[in-house]
Design a protein around this ligand. Structure first.
Ligand code: SF4
Length: 405
């Protein structure tokens, strides 16, 4: 019997991200699923079958009963998850609550481009208490430059309409914005505030050491930091804590000695696994931005349980349950214990694999330095806080592994 089967052992999956659709009604130019290095989506069925969904539920139930864990999260993801239609979604959420509701505290979330939301979707989201991550990249001219459909038409109005529906119905939602390099940060940020968004995540775009050179040439040495710092300052000096900027909060959290709630900062093990429409389990799916097939584990829920992830010979077991070791360069970095090397896809190069600092290393250092100066917390003080918190053994139950957006 594997060690993971004993209750109390933390090496278990805390979240499953169900890729219920492997196709999308949009075709965003930077999408790591369709328009980067990976082509595995072509071999998947367009939609997850009921049989795969039920098998995934049974695997989750099996694991939760064996480990005694008391909470679990299911995220509906894609492609575009709304392509399964509101009736299937409604039925699957009902099944998930029925099968898992008495075993664990279950949270349901969905990551969507928002364009297909309508009153039937809203009714189902409310009925099953599903929270939403919605992708939007800023004002119309910024968003429509990249988030287009298959006819190359911008999607801004459709996303805004979906967002309004969520707001009117008071469905909990957060907005994810891939940092539009070279645009005015405050124009983008104030646009979200004008729309009434109160939870925003700015995501560093996916590049590897093999693809970053033209970006630096065009946008300079630290374009992500140059985007985020004015937003942080506006939040710090003009804003209120009613608006959450998740990525900046995570930087502040690790500076204060706590744990990040996103694997993009801090490199804590995410504890989640993706399940493709055909039942194949995958590791961090953003690794598709690095090279073809890198996210594949080649285990399928039809014939493997989550415990089998522990013994898979790919890198994914380590990435999911332990976190990847720091790159050589990061081991001597003054922010090594706070940054933890950056987001895994951003560390990749064909020559050295993941033994690199993040392509956004200079941005991260600049961002850490700026927040430290505003917060008045030195690297030494962070170390001391971390030591004190560790000695108190304060568990951060909402740390990495419970949030995908
Ligand atoms: S700031 Fe750069 S060198 Fe330091 S840990 Fe992060 S990625 Fe590594």
């Amino acid at each position: 019997m594997s060690e993971v089967r004993h209750p109390g052992n933390t090496r278990y999956v805390s979240q499953v991200i169900l890729k219920v659709a492997s196709r999308c009604n949009l075709n965003c130019s930077y999408c790591y699923v369709y328009n980067m290095a990976d082509s595995t989506w072509k071999m998947r069925p367009a939609l997850m079958s009921n049989e795969v969904f039920e098998t995934a539920l049974a695997r989750i139930s099996q694991q939760c009963r064996a480990t005694g864990q008391d909470r679990f999260r299911i995220a509906f993801h894609g492609g575009e998850p709304c392509l399964i239609g509101p009736e299937t979604f409604d039925a699957w959420c009902g099944r998930a609550r029925a099968v898992l509701g008495e075993i664990v505290k279950l949270s349901l979330v969905m990551q969507t481009n928002g364009t297909l939301l309508d009153s039937r979707w809203i009714a189902s989201l409310l009925k099953h208490q599903v929270s939403i991550g919605i992708s939007m990249d800023g004002p119309k001219e910024v968003h429509d430059a990249v988030r287009v459909d298959h006819l190359e038409q911008g999607s801004y109005e459709r996303v805004e309409r979906g967002l309004r529906l969520l707001q009117e119905a008071e469905v909990p939602y957060g907005v994810g914005c891939v940092i539009p390099l070279g645009t005015d940060p405050l124009t983008v940020h104030r646009h979200f505030l004008r729309l009434g968004c109160t939870q925003i995540t700015y995501l560093m775009p996916h590049f590897t050491h093999d693809t970053i050179a033209p970006v630096r040439q065009r946008f300079g040495a630290t374009p992500c930091a140059d985007f985020l710092i004015p937003i942080f300052d506006a939040w710090w000096f003009e804003g209120s804590m009613d608006v959450q900027i998740d990525d900046l909060k995570n930087v502040a959290r690790v500076i204060m000695g706590g744990r990040s709630r996103s694997e993009a900062i801090g490199n804590d093990p995410p504890g989640y696994v993706f399940i493709e429409p055909d039942g194949e389990m995958e590791g961090l799916d953003n690794l598709r931005s690095c090279c073809d097939g890198l996210s594949r584990i080649k285990l399928n829920v039809r014939n493997s349980d989550f415990f089998d992830l522990l013994t898979t010979e790919t890198m994914h077991s380590q990435a999911i349950f332990e976190g990847m070791p720091l790159a050589q360069t990061c081991r001597s970095c003054p922010e090594g214990e706070t940054c933890r090397g950056g987001y895994l896809p951003h560390r990749y190069s064909k020559d050295r694999g993941f033994d690199n600092p993040s392509v956004w290393c200079a941005d991260l250092l600049k961002l850490f330095a700026h927040l430290r100066s505003r917060m008045g917390v030195s690297i030494e003080e962070t170390k001391e806080r971390r030591r004190v918190l560790a000695a108190k053994c304060v568990p951060d139950l909402d740390a990495v592994g419970t949030q995908v957006f």
